[in-house]
Design a protein around this ligand. Structure first.
Ligand code: BGC
Length: 832
């Protein structure tokens, strides 16, 4: 067989009709070359060009993936902040993923967005990946199934999904140029798998090409965009580049890279017209790209005279209620000694300890970041669920590193007298081009800098809460000055970590200086950024200013936390990472909790036997104290309704519905695939198909908590399980009966794995092939049917093959606990 043989079982995508195609072709034929070339670069930072002559409206594209930011990062136009990708996958609930897509679609409509840049379906190859929080899982099947739910939910409402980043963009170090070396079998069985699923079964309308290279070719000009994506999987949608990922005129234009973002400038435009004139690029290549752009426009309803395919019944979800219930459905309880949780009797006093209790991380950093309208902090949630309890609140040790933009309650806008910042864009003569009164000290303008503006100035009155020496800091790109009460405190120049927009705008470098402040004496802080000095970021502006966090008081804070824990009936300690540790643009250097958080937990646990640890991190962290505390609840980056969702879980109003979508290690040394550091620009996936639990099993190592694991508030018993032989397409179905043997309704996530110890092929020790999440009433029994399609048995050997012989089916509630329940016999060798 050849590589181009379509995969059996994948429906030939019938995404369009001959009538629609001829209408699109007629529109294409009406366009002159200049317009066609202009159309395949963005019209601006976030949208495509409109061509009213053919009825083509501009389409607005937006991150994503855990909210819809819209065209501006602006607190005046906030967005719903949903649980992060890993949290969504932790629900193991594809119906919930579908609803998540529908809720995002409503947000997109509200914000005038046509195309959502998500879901992120790169693999969690190592827990150090900086964007691990954004991706779904270490398992390709779970990633693919969640991606399908998300995509169908979104597209069912007429909003395009753009699964990203195709492909092997699984870590961040040197992400712009890193050359990932990975063999075909590994691509097929692991890294392509979620993309294949979301294209062939989820019918995604867009795909984002990644920054990195795969086997020596940059993805925005890679043959992999053609095969397997288009030719084998039947993708007929638009390949949108990651922002600034198209870097060549000819190579990218000749590949199946369709839209270069952002615009309006880029490597195509005039240069591409010249390349066509010189015969280096065929006009038909451009035509094919424009046709696909028109097809996307038709799908999202941006093309007049060709009726859009979707006229959805708006499902009308309550977005806040969904944000709350999905966060609870994602929380994973990994320890619950003596049934500490849920609190059947509400405690009379609780020590609420840790920075995240009042400064929670609801989302990760980078382009995924949205500006939420509000955040329900854990303290808010606990306080409203326990109105009669005596709550003591202790900040614990410092977690945040670096700059904390001035919180609103610490700053006054000198113009309005209200909390906030006075912003002016000035021209070369110092004249005001634009003035804004803002309610944030973290400001980003991606919609372009106002015409004629050369300077950005932000002024506020800082009202110190404590007297003493503080470190005043600013983060931006280019030349910057900071004045304190008119005196120049900082004068310097800052360069971006890399060339990507997301990094430059959201993880910019910093300058800072110490200054003495006194309670009762306001200080006027004025920041001036030279917009011309921003290099490749000159068509966007950004500035953050505030105080640099300090851990100088940690000893005293640990003592205070211990005192509070000693005096309270229960201690709830919040630990976690920050959206600087887990962010686009860089990988994590350690899995340990930042700062002295481990020490804090140990000290509190020693003071109060009823210590509950709430882990607020987007990806795995080490928990050396895990056997010393009574309960551990992993909450991920849970979105804006965090506090209420948490209170629901603590009090038992909701169950912690999550199961681990990724293995949690006990120590860093145990992690089989850890490093993300390229060697001379090359990152080789030497482990091949063995990542996640596959790698742990191959290495014979035992993690702290295995893939698939999580406790609910009830218990389940398996009453029966059998493997029934089926058809050629679905060779087997697992039929299991489970009984809720506990006292309250609960969720059970049944997982089926295959294993094939006697094999000619290289195989994982076991691999997930099906799962289902069911809700069961106390004492009730339910039947769960898990179909095992032929593709679950296949492996790549220069083509898809199914080895004949016996496969063992393992069933359980984690990769570690799954046990054999039967076998499947594949009679003949099958080439797919
Ligand atoms: C990120 C993408 C994102 C794009 C637009 C890039 O830096 O890698 O995921 O969609 O920026 O913000």
């Amino acid at each position: 067989m050849t590589e181009n043989t379509p995969v059996t079982g994948a429906p030939a995508p019938a995404f369009t009709t001959p009538e629609v195609e001829s209408a699109l072709e007629a529109k294409l034929a009406a366009l002159p070359l200049e317009v066609k070339v202009a159309l395949i670069t963005g019209g601006d930072f976030w949208s495509t060009l409109a061509v009213p002559e053919i009825g083509l409206a501009s389409m607005v594209l937006s991150d994503g993936p855990a909210g819809v930011r819209g065209a501006a990062w602006d607190e005046r136009d906030p967005s719903l902040n949903l649980p992060s990708g890993t949290a969504l996958a932790a629900t193991w609930d594809t119906a919930l993923a579908h609803t998540y897509g529908e809720v995002l679609a409503a947000e997109a409509r509200r914000k005038g967005v046509d195309v959502v840049l998500g879901p992120t379906i790169n693999m969690q190859r190592t827990p150090r990946g900086g964007r691990h929080f954004e991706a779904f899982s270490e398992d390709p099947l779970l990633s693919g199934e969640m991606a399908i739910g998300y995509t169908e939910g979104l597209q069912g409402q007429g909003i395009a999904a753009v699964p990203k980043h195709y492909v092997a963009n699984d870590s961040e170090d040197e992400r712009f140029h890193v050359n990932v070396r990975v063999d075909e079998k590994t691509l097929r069985e692991v890294y392509y798998a979620p993309f294949e699923a979301v294209v062939t079964r989820g019918e995604a309308w867009g795909i984002m090409s990644a920054y990195n290279q795969v086997n020596g070719t940059t993805m925005s000009e890679s043959p992999l965009l053609e095969a397997p994506l288009a030719t084998e999987w039947g993708f007929d949608g638009l390949v949108i580049s990651d922002w600034t990922a198209v870097r060549t005129t000819v190579a990218a234009a000749r590949s199946r890279q369709d839209l270069a973002m952002p615009g309006p400038t880029g490597p195509w435009g005039e240069k591409l017209i010249a390349a066509i004139a010189a015969g280096e690029v065929a006009e038909s290549d451009v035509d094919a790209k424009v046709l696909r752009l028109l097809r996307l426009a038709w799908r999202v309803g941006a093309l007049a005279d060709v009726e859009a395919p979707v006229r959805a019944e708006r499902p009308g979800h309550d977005p806040i209620a969904f944000a709350r219930s999905s966060a609870a459905a994602a929380m994973v309880l990994v320890r619950n000694e003596g049934a500490e949780l849920p609190w059947s009797r509400l405690p009379g006093s609780v020590a609420v300890i840790g920075e995240a209790a009042t400064l929670p991380r609801t989302q990760g950093g980078g382009s995924a970041f949205v500006v939420a309208d509000h955040v329900v902090t854990p303290l808010d949630g606990i306080a409203s669920a326990l109105p009669n309890a005596d709550l003591s609140v202790e900040p614990g040790v410092a977690v945040t590193r670096g700059l904390v933009p001035f919180p609103l309650h610490d700053v006054v806008n000198p113009e309005t007298g209200e909390p906030g910042v006075h912003v002016r864009f000035l021209d070369a003569d110092g004249g005001e081009v634009l003035v804004e009164e803002r309610r944030s000290a973290h400001l980003v303008w991606t919609g372009g800098v106002p015409a004629g503006a050369v300077t950005l100035e932000a002024t506020t009155l800082f009202r110190p809460k404590r007297s003493g020496s503080v470190e005043l800091g600013v983060e931006t790109i280019g030349s910057v000055e900071v004045f304190a009460d008119g005196e120049r405190l900082i004068d310097g120049r800052l360069s971006s970590l890399d060339d990507a927009m997301g990094t430059g705008l959201l993880a910019p470098p910093r300058l800072s200086e110490r200054i003495d402040v006194r309670v009762g004496t306001d200080i006027q802080v004025r920041v001036v950024n030279d917009l011309k000095s921003r290099g490749h970021l000159s068509n966007a502006a950004s500035i953050s200013f505030g105080l640099v966090a300090s851990d100088a008081d940690d000893d005293g804070r640990i003592r205070d936390a211990v005192a509070a824990a000693t005096a309270a009936e229960v201690a709830v300690v919040f630990v976690g990472t920050t959206n600087r540790d887990e962010s686009e643009g860089k990988d994590r250097k350690t899995l340990s909790l930042p700062g002295r958080q481990d020490e804090l937990v140990s000290a509190v646990a020693a003071a109060n036997p009823r210590t509950i640890v709430v882990v607020n991190a987007g990806s795995p962290v080490l928990m050396p104290w895990r056997r010393d505390v009574s309960a551990i609840l992993l909450t991920w980056f849970p979105g804006q309704e965090f506090g209420d969702a948490l209170a629901d879980v603590l009090t038992g109003a909701a169950e912690p519905g999550g199961r681990l979508p990724t293995t949690w290690p006990a120590t860093e040394e145990d992690v089989p695939v850890l490093s993300t550091t390229p060697t001379e620009g090359v990152l080789t996936y030497t482990e091949g198909i063995h990542i996640g639990y596959r790698a742990w099993n191959a290495a014979g190592r035992v993690p702290a908590f295995p893939f698939g694991y999580g406790l609910g508030y009830t218990t389940f018993e398996r009453v029966s399980a059998e493997v029934r032989a089926g058809t050629e397409e679905v060779p087997a179905t697992v039929i299991a009966r489970v009984r809720n043997s506990g006292e309250r309704a609960g969720k059970h996530v049944l997982q089926a794995y295959l294993t094939r110890p006697e094999t000619e092929a290289e195989r994982p020790e076991r691999w997930l092939v099906a799962f289902a999440a069911v809700e069961v009433q106390p004492g009730a029994e339910t039947e769960v049917r898990l179909e095992l399609p032929l593709r679950a048995f296949r492996h790549w050997n220069e083509g898809w093959e199914v080895e004949p012989g016996k496969y063992r089916v393992l069933l359980g509630d984690s990769a570690a606990s799954a046990r054999e329940v039967g076998t499947v016999l594949i009679a003949n060798e099958v080439s797919l």
